[in-house]
Every structure is written in structure tokens, then in C-alpha cells.
Write a new protein. Structure first.
Length: 341
């Protein structure tokens, strides 16, 4: 790494640098500078150095397609070129119908704030999709319930959210209130990185402006929701990294209307832990929990320990994940991926 970086390690640590990334610096790369990707565009990117942002050209052989906001990389400051991306500690991806493979959303995130509001946007089935993807990414999920000022009592919404996953953290707040920064402070300390995901219009950009203490001229654009259907208007159009007033970093993302589950078997096991723990008690090892005799999961539904709606949502997501997840085919050493579809 550069002389400046090596003589001021605190500068990188404040950006989220750790031994995990430092251990990836190879012989001959000591003169290169570690940076953190702040935004990604088609032919260029911006990155945080600890002393401010720089604009860089992408690697000559790959372009920007394999870069995500939050990535750590090493660059050649003399040529203003990113040389190599470092391995990620966590990565959030999503599958989309109109895109080959999966879309990169954010990288090296400690906590994902899944933002929804106390109105018709609150949808347990959609929140479970977010949770499955976040669990698989390796980050900590926290559900943030906004617009509590618009309802008499946010407790019913909070109770529904808490029931979605074991030991799930749920925070209720008014995104416009400066006190909301204190409510989220446990996840936003120096060197920590959080990201905001959720539908449009639930207050993600407003919350980012509050956490980052942005001035009126610097603030992210915000928009309201239609009262008729609680659908939001897209105000964030790209992902970007911002400093939090308390010392951490936050990644804003555009609102997602659809989120397809794929490659998330582990995430689903965490999300539906009660089903995961019952499955080994079934009579048949390959039990689908739909009709088989001796099914421990169906027995739990019958005696009231497990909600039939919860089981149905698990079944839908499990089937979707299996259909969307490529399987390895061919002889060992010559395997290729093939979709279930």
C-alpha cells in the first residue's frame, strides 16, 4: 500500500478496512493504494480513500460489471486506475427476470436495514424474501419500521415483524426525526457499514439524510407515497456510499418492487428455523412437508405450533429457490451449471 496509507492506518480502519482485506495484499502490490468503491458507473467509478473521493477507471480486462458499492480494491493513483478488487466479506445479490445471472447490490456490509412502513407497504411475505437474501449474504438483518407518526400505535406492526425470524432486531422510528439516528446507533459506529433496502417511498432516502446529517444542498431526493395504494415513487436511482455522522458508512439503494430468491438455501434455513429444526423428525428424509405420513412439520401445523400460512410461505420460497438455483451437471472436473427450469 502507499506510504500515506501505511503511516495512517486509522484512516482506512474508519472506512471499514480490516485484517481480512489487508491479508489479501500480495507481494509487489505494496505501492498500490487501498480504496473503497463509493459508486459504480458504466465506464468509471468513484472511491473513498479516507481523505476524500477519487474518480477511477475500471480494470482494463473486466470493466465495472464485477464491482459493487462497498467493495475494497487496490488502485494505481498515478494512472487513476483500479487494479484489482479484493475478496468480499459479505455480498448482497438479487436475481432479476430480465438480467442474466444475479445483480450486485452491495458488498462488505455489516448490517442490512430492511426498511418498511406502518401502512400497506408492510408485507410479511415480501419481508421474508428480503430476510432470506440478507441471511444468505452473511450480513445482520434489522427491520426498520418507519412512518410511526402516521399510526396511533406501531406495536402491532412491530409484533408482526418480530415473528418473521428468530432473534430478529426490529426498530420503530420516524425517519425525519433526528432522534432516529440514536435508535440505529448500535449498528452505525466507526468503521461499520450498513445498507438500506426496501420498497420505494418507505423513507430510505429520508433516513439516509438523517443518519448522514446532510445539508439541504447535499440531501438525497425524497418522495412521498400514493395514498391510494401506498406505493412509492423512485427517488434513488443508483447505489452510493455515504459517511454517517456517527462515524460509520451507509449504502443507499433504489427501491425494489420485485425480489426473486435464488441460491439462498442457507438463508431460508435461518429464516424458517422452526421448520428447519422439525424436518429431521419427519419419517422420510426427502419429506416435502405437504402430504407425507409421519411429517413432523404437518403435525406441528395440526396442533397449532406452526402457522399454516407460515408453512405455505416457506413452501413457495423453497420451490422458487430450487427453480432459480443452477445445479452442477457433468463429470467431476468438467461440471457446468444448469437451471432447474
Amino acid at each position: 500500500m502507499t506510504e500515506d496509507a501505511s503511516t495512517d492506518p486509522d484512516r482506512l480502519t474508519a472506512l471499514g478496512w480490516s485484517d481480512f482485506f489487508a491479508g489479501q495484499i500480495q507481494s509487489g502490490e505494496d505501492a498500490l493504494t487501498p480504496v473503497r468503491v463509493a459508486s459504480v458507473h458504466r465506464s468509471r467509478l468513484t472511491a473513498e480513500t479516507g481523505d476524500g473521493q477519487v474518480t477511477l477507471a475500471p480494470p482494463h480486462d473486466t470493466g465495472t460489471s464485477d464491482l459493487a458499492v462497498g467493495d475494497w480494491a487496490i488502485c494505481d493513483m498515478a494512472s487513476e486506475t483500479l487494479v484489482r478488487r479484493l475478496d468480499r466479506r459479505t455480498v448482497l445479490r438479487r436475481r432479476t427476470e430480465d438480467r442474466a445471472g444475479r445483480q450486485l447490490i452491495a458488498a462488505n456490509v455489516d448490517t442490512l436495514f430492511i426498511v418498511t412502513s406502518c401502512n400497506d407497504d408492510f408485507n410479511p411475505a415480501r419481508l421474508e424474501r428480503y430476510l432470506a437474501v440478507v441471511n444468505e449474504a452473511g450480513a445482520e438483518p434489522v427491520i426498520v419500521l418507519t412512518k410511526i407518526d402516521a399510526v396511533p400505535d406501531p406495536a402491532p406492526w412491530r409484533d408482526q415483524a418480530l415473528a418473521l425470524q428468530r432473534d430478529l432486531q426490529v426498530v420503530t422510528l420516524n425517519a425525519k426525526d433526528p432522534c432516529s439516528a440514536r435508535a440505529l446507533a448500535p449498528w452505525c459506529g466507526p468503521g461499520r457499514t450498513v445498507a438500506l433496502i426496501g420498497s420505494s417511498g418507505v423513507g430510505k432516502s429520508t433516513l439516509l439524510n438523517t443518519l448522514a446529517n446532510k445539508s439541504k444542498g447535499e440531501a438525497q431526493a425524497t418522495g412521498g407515497i400514493r395514498e391510494s395504494d401506498a406505493k412509492g415513487r423512485h427517488t434513488t436511482t443508483s447505489r452510493s456510499l455515504h459517511a454517517i455522522a456517527t462515524g460509520g458508512w451507509i449504502i443507499d439503494t433504489p427501491g425494489m418492487r420485485t425480489l426473486h430468491v435464488s441460491d439462498a438455501a442457507g438463508g431460508l434455513q435461518t429464516l424458517f428455523a422452526e421448520i428447519t429444526e422439525l424436518a429431521p423428525q419427519c419419517r422420510f428424509r426427502d419429506c416435502t412437508h405437504a402430504h407425507e405420513p409421519g411429517c413432523a412439520v404437518l403435525a406441528a401445523v395440526a396442533d397449532g405450533r406452526l402457522s399454516p400460512d407460515r408453512l405455505e410461505r416457506w413452501r413457495k420460497l423453497d420451490q422458487e429457490n430450487r427453480a432459480n438455483t443452477p445445479v452442477k451437471t457433468g463429470r467431476r472436473g468438467k461440471r457446468s451449471e444448469k437451471s432447474h427450469r
